[in-house]
Design a protein around this ligand. Sequence first.
Ligand code: PMP
Length: 443
Amino acid sequence: SSNKLQGYAPICLGLEDFYTRRLYLRIQDCFGRPIASAPDAWIDVVERYSNDYNKTLKRTTNTTRCLNLGSYNYLGFAAADEYCTPRVIESLNKFSPSTCSARVDGGTTVLHEELEDLVARFVGKPAAVVFGMGYVTNSAILPALIGKGALIVSDSLNHNSIVNGARGSGATVRVFQHNTPSHLEEVLREQIATGQPRTRRPWKKIIVVVEGIYSMEGELCKLPEIIAVCKKYKAYTYLDEAHSIGAVGKTGRGVCELLGVDPADVDIMMGTFTKSFGSCGGYIAGSKELVKYLKYACPAHLYATSMSPPAVQQVISAIKVILGEDGSNRGAQKLARIRENSNFFRSELQKMGFEVLGDNDSPVMPIMLYNPAKIPAFSRECLNQKVAVVTVAFPATPLLLARARICISASHTKEDLIKGLEVISKVGELVGIKYFPVEPEKQ
Ligand code: PMP
């Protein structure tokens, strides 16, 4: 209805075409915008725009400096850091960007072993093994752990890497309602009663897979309740901490620390280095026997080139800062900052009348747009006002549950957050996504 929104009308009319290339071509500039800087609090976004009826994206070499509300750089380690960066440069000079070998060949450097010991100590498990990519950690580990005759019970909103790992394992896969321990119990009870579909024998193994913070929901796992159900039905727990390790908990040790869970109660701990640690790669932490087994049974360990040494060094340095082993209290400050920033931003968005998903302390806060036709309006208008946001749509979310996913970082200043809130408020008004209008006297 607003004049300013008229330019977006053809997109709204094209809603029924969402599955087709036509709408995607019209909004493709909202996804995968090239960035010409580190993913810090402010980024240089390459100007790239689509002419709605033209099939090609126009790209210029011009960049716009924008407030970044979309990267997983939770603790701010993805930018130059006084402790991490000089050590990463030194490791680059000493080891080169690649080991050019798998771990069992020449791909295990002293840095890889140091990182595995450090990760195990950090997450509170006896041992850990690292992989070159977080996605591969899930998709290759699940098939190495479990196979035919076994059962995987997976949260309905688990990440695609878990879904692919579960499917590829050959195990029977059942899904329980997102973050609902009572439904997990129902599924386990039913599956244990019926056994394997063909033989009606008990399952060889049962693994329940959950995430610490759900990346599309910003929601914390109901871990204590889920562990209680797993213990009752003798199922193993597999916890993906991609978005929670380093980001939550008093000393950054993830949801176990935040929710008061003993790490010994989680059988397999998985995480990635791509968020809080500003690097690449993933890990599995667990018992010594589990890690030893995985090192000899997992093809991604045996046949894939190992994690890049400078990326390994970045994680070692970041964990040392978090633990205060760099001799400063910057780690503690970063952790306090991300919690403060996240809780401030979330409560301000709610006060403005937005529907924001997720829990307090979570740095991920999706703002609901619902109608995917609102994606280009929201994304482009924010960018016009120098705020870069990430929008998510089908197939990452159900078709009519499109959202803008805000990620808060410890490197955002209070002024950054206030600017972000002002822009989101204005654009939210324009796009019509303030679903809970605040009465004037309460403002
Ligand atoms: N698990 C979860 C829950 C994720 O959100 C992601 C990616 N964001 C991954 C695994 C894959 O990790 P990576 O991006 O480090 O490959």
